[in-house]
Design a protein. Structure first.
Length: 199
């Protein structure tokens, strides 16, 4: 429940806060057009957040049998992130087979959480997202060139719901996650998810 509430409410509100801050900066500089664009994006995001919150309240889980375009969902997440932060995001997608809804949903949430962490903490200038399929394994990598952090302190003390949520989601879909970070050398979150036999 903590993971789901974090993904819908906490993460969503953090994203809206970023957009409001960006809007304020543009308004201060007299860039009304850009500010208005961000406001429109924020309104759309609020609608999505409300829908996600209702789903979480109803089901207390993120699982649906409805299929959706995983690649397009990632592209939209990247566009939202770029518009909200102004950071350069390089995206590479090499997946041929249709992924299950479970893997797609959890992978999307993991990527979204990674981007949210980068926006809030990394002080990065570039982000790289790579998603590829090799020999029945889905490889997902989210990398930044930010300030990095001490992974032992952040993960093992149990206080960072975002990183714990990433680990939990990857565990649910039978994958493995490696969070590699070093101060002033950025962070790379790498995930391996077996596809053979996945529902």
């Amino acid at each position: 429940m903590a993971r789901d509430l974090h993904d819908t409410l906490a993460q969503g509100l953090a994203g809206l806060k970023m957009q409001l801050e960006a809007t304020n900066v543009h308004l201060t500089k007299g860039n009304d057009k850009k500010a208005q664009e961000i406001v429109v994006q924020s309104m759309k995001r609020v609608s999505e957040l409300l829908a996600d919150a209702r789903l979480t309240i109803d089901n207390l889980r993120l699982h649906t049998k409805e299929e959706y375009d995983f690649q397009q969902s990632i592209i939209e997440e990247v566009q939202y992130f770029t518009a909200a932060t102004g950071l350069e995001c390089h995206f590479e997608f090499r997946v041929m087979q249709q992924l299950s809804s479970t893997i797609s949903e959890h992978s999307l949430r993991v990527i979204s959480e990674c981007l949210s962490n980068i926006a809030r903490h990394a002080k990065a200038t570039n982000v790289w997202i790579r998603i590829e399929e090799k020999e029945k394994v889905l490889f997902v990598s989210v990398k930044d060139d930010g300030i990095g952090f001490n992974t032992d302190m952040k993960i093992n003390n149990g206080s960072h719901y975002g990183l714990l949520g990433i680990q939990e989601r990857v565990r649910i879909i039978g994958g493995k996650v490696d969070i590699d970070s070093e101060e002033n050398k950025g962070t790379n979150v790498q995930i391996n998810i077996p596809l053979q036999g996945a529902e």
